[in-house]
Design a protein around this ligand. Structure first.
Ligand SMILES: Nc1ncnc2c1ncn2[C@@H]1O[C@H](COP(=O)(O)OP(=O)(O)OP(=O)(O)O)[C@@H](O)[C@H]1O
Length: 227
């Protein structure tokens, strides 16, 4: 099972015409795989993530998650799929300044209407798995950039997603920290059986991923550069 985009087209208004941000894009990422999407600025990478994350409905084409076509779902059903089956990691960790690492994760449970009490041990386990056992009760300003991004990754896994969508996770990190984060995303994808789609400009880490795709002017192709 996996995430599949099939023949997706997404256009935006552009003067008198429309700009094809996604021009017949098809992509399948299986569970247990980390796929990287590269490509120049403006080529459509964020648009691809937004369509995959059910934040934007494509003009045409389909998005299938774990075998179910979710393209035409209404707003409430899309929110449910996002909460239950998708995880998101952004460029910046986007943590809440007043919350500890553990509380950042519990916030997800709280927003989903679940019992926070029963999830505290799970939150702490997840953070420990990501090497943050000594930082469980620290707030964002007491964490390094790499640690903050680990908290964000742990938070994205709190709902046990089948698909993880990751946007430029290493843009704020140095070379060594970037490599650790991409290696972590690869091992989490493999061990937790998650289909991960990661947009990245960081070509030096592509040897760690299972598949590389390039966006160019709205079209997606398998990378031609051997990694
Ligand atoms: N809301 C919008 N309205 C109109 N045009 C948009 C909108 N969002 C994106 N675009 C255009 O769609 C194209 C693809 O944009 P997108 O943000 O997906 O590219 P990207 O590859 O993620 O770029 P970057 O690497 O700079 O983040 C660009 O030409 C952009 O200007």
């Amino acid at each position: 099972m996996s995430i599949t985009l099939k023949n997706t087209v997404l256009t935006y208004p552009d003067g008198d015409t429309r700009l094809r941000a996604l021009d017949d894009v098809s992509l399948t990422v299986e569970r247990g795989q980390l796929a990287a999407i590269t490509g120049p600025s403006g080529s459509g990478k964020s648009s691809l993530l937004a369509v995959a994350g059910l934040l934007i409905t494509p003009d045409s084409g389909t998005v299938t998650i774990d075998g179910t076509d979710v393209t035409g779902l209404g707003r409430t059903a899309r929110t449910t799929v996002r909460r239950q089956q998708l995880g998101f990691v952004f460029q910046q960790a986007n943590l809440m300044a007043s919350l500890t690492a553990t509380e950042q994760l519990l916030m997800i449970t709280h927003l989903g209407g679940g019992s926070v009490r029963g999830q505290r041990a799970r939150a702490r386990d997840l953070l420990s798995t990501l090497g943050l056992e000594k930082q469980l009760d620290r707030r964002p300003h007491q964490l390094s950039g790499g640690q903050r991004q680990r908290v964000a990754i742990a938070r994205s896994l709190m709902n046990d997603p089948s698909v993880l969508l990751v946007d430029e996770p290493t843009s704020a990190l140095d070379e060594d920290r970037s490599r650790e984060i991409v290696a972590l995303l690869a091992s989490l994808s493999h061990e937790r059986n998650v289909a991960t789609v990661m947009v990245t400009h960081d070509l030096s880490q592509l040897d760690l991923v299972d598949g590389v795709y390039e966006m160019h002017s709205g079209t997606l192709s398998t990378a031609t550069v051997p990694v």
